[in-house]
Design a protein. Structure first.
Ligand code: ATP
Ligand code: MG
Ligand code: MG
Length: 555
């Protein structure tokens, strides 16, 4: 049942609370730890939902922590964008905003303590030797430096910090178990030398802690009770627990792993998303085709649609790929309730009502949202010259075509009058430039006075006298392949060349003249559209198709 939500993490926490022990009377405390090296994507939205949502459910706390222990590629631009996106999704960390790099000094001290306890040593295997000495599943690893005297390791570690050695010359390794079946436990490197500028620490450090050592300490120092992370860290949990057990930390967090979110027809790794941006395959991180939070926002996604999507996918250990169509389904569901209905003609052709007096005009009152009685109604104008969709006319109809064609069936202009098509005008190339029709003055509002059956379709239109110009952008999947990451193909080879179609000459109702982002509308018969939050301006409206009306998703 797709509407039943399941979250095994909550079962675990319920157990922890029931058992008492270290979790006796605790406030559930989680954290969301993004690395500020890119923009957040819909996969992160799942993690945000898991981290902040769990805290919310238990009346607990959730920290926002920039995981900036790796000095490369990190940037304030990302730090700010991450905060904006989380707030936009509707979550808040209060004053619990941290940088992992702020704990470098404490991490260093814990490492010194480990050395003093005989639980860490300075190793000088080169990366090549490291591979050679690593052993295989059945053979224990070796390190000739494992029994280096404590005093010597302490001295070398201090000098590593002082900058005496080049990159790669020494590492600090935890002394755990060289024969462990879990390679992460075979004396993992916990510090490496890296002479690099850090976006926050400047040049203060030239040794940096490894993730597996740093992360449990960050969690413990912040008093995290449940450290929720993705499945690739499952094999690292013994090391996480080892660090917590062997450093004298103020809290004992529990790591729980859940499956990453994957979505078809897109890629989700920041590295690949960055490549799309840097190679100008898309217009930026916020290109409406991107699975980033800022891209989805610009596409017209609502926080509620994304939260519903995350919730309804559930949280489990089973990796699965969710259909993009389900994300669209969640958006459609939300906008169906909230979006104002308007008329917009995307590929306009002029329609002239030949028996409607020239210079005359009138207004119709039309409802804003049939699903929301509170939404009220608005006035739209009508006159002799209108715009209709080019595809709503065919000079020679195909079988079952029920729209406009010469001497074709009576059609309804939505909310206005019944008309019959009488012919068209064409240019020298044979393109239709104008459609002619007559209207029934007795059908005001769209229904015939004598109750006769209307055989043609209902067609949307806008009044040429008051219409506003707009640019409309239609989007399709960014990739033609459902799994661009699969096999050994290059994901760039399956980019969809038709993922963006720009319609520069659309005509929209006069009432839309002043709209601004983040407004969303249902363009009748066309789909849901939002005002582009970057390129739209008064005098040059730009709309993005968020999602079409037709739901292809099947439960
Ligand atoms: P990427 O491979 O996209 O760079 P990452 O895990 O390196 O992802 P982080 O910035 O470290 O990116 O992610 C912050 C948090 O979000 C982590 O706890 C991570 O596990 C989680 N996360 C990242 N991608 C997903 C995903 N697709 N589904 C669920 N959680 C995710
Ligand atoms: Mg990460
Ligand atoms: Mg990453």
């Amino acid at each position: 049942n797709p509407t039943m939500t399941q979250n095994f993490i909550h079962d675990f926490i319920d157990e922890d609370i029931a058992q008492g022990g270290q979790f006796q009377g605790m406030t559930v405390h989680t954290r969301f730890p993004p690395e500020p090296n890119g923009y957040l994507h819909i996969g992160h939205a799942k993690a945000i939902f898991v981290d902040f949502g769990t805290a919310e459910k238990y009346g607990g706390l959730c920290n926002l922590r920039m995981d900036d222990t790796n000095p490369t590629k990190e940037d304030v631009e990302y730090v700010e964008a991450i905060q904006e996106d989380i707030h936009w999704l509707g979550y808040d960390w209060g004053d619990r905003f941290y940088f992992a790099s702020d704990y470098f000094e404490q991490m260093y001290e814990y490492a010194v303590e480990l050395i003093k306890k005989g639980l860490a040593y300075v190793c000088e295997l080169t990366p090549e030797q490291f591979k050679e000495y690593r052993g295989d599943v059945n053979t224990p690893a070796r390190s000739p430096w494992r029994d280096r005297p404590i005093e010597e390791s302490l001295d070398l570690f201090a000098r590593m910090r002082a900058g005496e050695f080049p990159n790669g010359k020494y590492t600090l390794r935890a002394k755990i178990d060289l024969a462990s079946g879990n390679f992460n436990m075979r004396d993992p490197v916990i510090y490496r030398i890296n002479h690099m500028h850090h976006h926050r620490q400047g040049d203060k450090w030239c040794i940096y802690p490894m993730y597996d050592y740093a992360h449990p300490l960050e969690d413990a120092l912040e008093g995290i009770t449940h450290s929720l992370c993705t499945l690739e860290f499952e094999d690292h949990r013994p090391l996480y627990d080892w660090v917590i057990a062997n450093c004298d930390v103020p809290a004992k967090p529990r790591q729980i792993e859940f499956a990453r979110l994957g979505i078809n027809y897109t890629v989700m790794s920041k590295r690949k998303l960055r490549q799309l941006v840097e190679e100008n395959r898309v217009s930026g991180w916020d290109d409406p085709r991107m699975p980033t939070i800022c891209g989805l926002r610009r596409r017209g996604y609502t926080p509620r649609a994304i939260r519903n999507f995350s919730e309804r996918n559930g949280v489990s250990k089973a990796a699965s790929t969710v259909e993009f169509a389900f994300l669209e389904h969640c958006l459609r569901e939300d906008l169906n309730l909230t979006a104002q209905r308007v008329m917009a003609v995307l590929r306009p052709v002029k329609l002239t009502i030949t028996n409607y007096p020239e210079g005359q005009s009138e207004t119709f009152s039309v409802e804003n949202n049939p699903n929301d009685p509170e939404a009220g109604s608005r006035e739209i104008t009508f006159s002799r010259n209108l715009y209709v969709e080019a595809e709503d006319f065919l000079e020679t109809p195909v079988p079952k075509y029920k729209r406009l064609y010469p001497d074709g069936p009576e059609c309804r202009l939505k909310g206005a009058y019944l008309i019959k098509c009488t012919g068209c005008a064409k240019d020298e190339n044979g393109n239709v430039t104008e459609i002619f029709a007559t209207y029934d003055p007795e059908s005001r509002g769209g229904d015939p006075a004598d109750g006769r059956k209307v055989k043609g379709a209902t067609i949307h239109w806008v009044d040429a006298a008051t219409a506003v110009d707009a640019e409309v952008r239609l989007y399709d999947n960014l990739f033609t392949d459902a799994d661009p990451d699969a096999g050994d193909k290059n994901f760039l080879d399956c980019l969809n060349p038709n993922s963006l179609e720009v319609l520069p000459n659309a005509k929209v109702e006069a009432g839309l003249a002043g709209v601004e982002a983040p407004a969303s509308f249902q363009f009748l018969r066309q789909g849901y559209f939002c005002v582009d939050n970057k390129d739209s301006a008064p005098g040059h409206l730009v709309f993005n198709r968020s999602v079409s009306l037709k739901d292809s998703f099947k439960f």
